[in-house]
Design a protein around this ligand. Structure first.
Ligand code: NAP
Length: 286
């Protein structure tokens, strides 16, 4: 039950009504018995700094930030972590006294999902990331930091690929679709597979990569979590490969935010169970 002592966290985004964050965090607070609550605020493009100022004035303890505000909130903050600074993107804001600190937990979320849920240590692995947008940039930086032997960025447009590869340091470079065949781990960080991208001629959306290039022993990761099995993951499974969707990343990036805000260990099982149930419900009503 909410009271005058209840601490508040929230997500700002546009659109935000589809967000699973309230489901994940409220399940976590309830499971842990914390007197916290989590809401969602629809914030129009251009209003992010005003929304952050409002959160500051109201004493909100944690803000999640989603599209299109991940860069726009930055001028409203006192401090950025090195990840948020390098990526130019914030997905989590914490209040430390009267200072607001911007974090980016997306990349660590993927690395934790692979380590904790799949038992996959990325150190020494050759990784191909397909895509060079916000999600790709975050995971490239974290995968390189996790000790990958190489991080090869394959993207439709060359310039974003160059900028994204620069985030991975010495082990990262821009590559070509053929490089998929040499990888231990292949990550799709494009929206291809959500069913939202349809070619102009009405054809179904293409796969982010040619599954013929996938081979024995590879782990295929799709950052998409809805649908839970994308055409890429189905093709990987048909070849007997380990195929992982983006649900673990979603839960573990939230787990990082939970630790930052509450300084406590998150109840991961409750968070996963809540988001799985919400997605099953969403799939039923699609
Ligand atoms: P974004 O910033 O818009 O980047 C999209 C990327 O996909 C770009 O590299 C773009 O290439 C490429 N792309 C888009 N349409 C394409 C097409 N038709 N053919 C080839 N390449 C195409 O998006 P984002 O925020 O990074 O999100 C990417 C995916 O990650 C989404 O599916 C999102 O749902 C998912 N995601 C998951 C999580 C999670 O927690 N699991 C978190 C964040 C994002 P160009 O550079 O050529 O435009």
């Amino acid at each position: 039950m909410l009271s005058a002592r209840t601490r508040l966290a929230a997500v700002i985004g546009h659109p935000v009504r589809h967000s699973l964050s309230p489901t994940i965090f409220n399940a976590a607070f309830e499971a842990a018995g914390l007197d916290w609550a989590y809401a969602a605020f629809e914030v129009a493009e251009g209003n992010a700094p005003t929304a952050v100022a409002g959160a500051r004035a109201l004493g909100i303890d944690g803000l999640s930030v989603t599209m299109p505000h991940k860069a726009a909130v930055i001028p409203a903050l006192e401090e950025l972590t090195p990840d948020a600074e390098a990526l130019g993107a914030v997905n989590c804001i914490a209040r430390v006294g009267d200072r607001l600190v911007g974090h980016n937990t997306d990349g660590p979320g993927l690395v934790d999902a692979l380590a904790v849920d799949e038992g996959l240590d990325l150190s020494g692995r050759r990784v191909v990331v397909v895509g060079a947008g916000g999600a790709a940039r975050a995971v490239i930086r974290s995968i390189a930091r996790a000790g990958a032997a190489s991080v090869v960025v394959v993207n439709r447009s060359p310039e974003p690929a160059e900028r994204a590869a620069a985030l991975g340091g010495a082990v990262a470079r821009v590559g070509r679709p053929e490089d998929v065949a040499e990888a231990d781990v292949v990550v799709n960080a494009t929206p291809l597979g959500m069913g939202a991208v349809t070619a102009l001629d009405g054809q179904p959306e293409p796969l982010p990569l040619d599954p013929e290039r996938l081979g024995a022993g590879q782990v295929v990761v799709d950052l998409i979590y809805h649908p839970p099995v994308t055409p890429l993951l189905a093709a990987a499974r048909a070849k007997g490969l380990v195929a992982v969707n983006g649900l673990g990343m979603l839960v573990h990036q939230a787990a990082h935010a939970y630790r930052i805000w509450t300084q406590e260990e998150p109840p991961l099982a409750a968070m996963s169970a809540a988001v799985v149930a919400a997605l099953e419900e969403r799939t039923r009503s699609d």
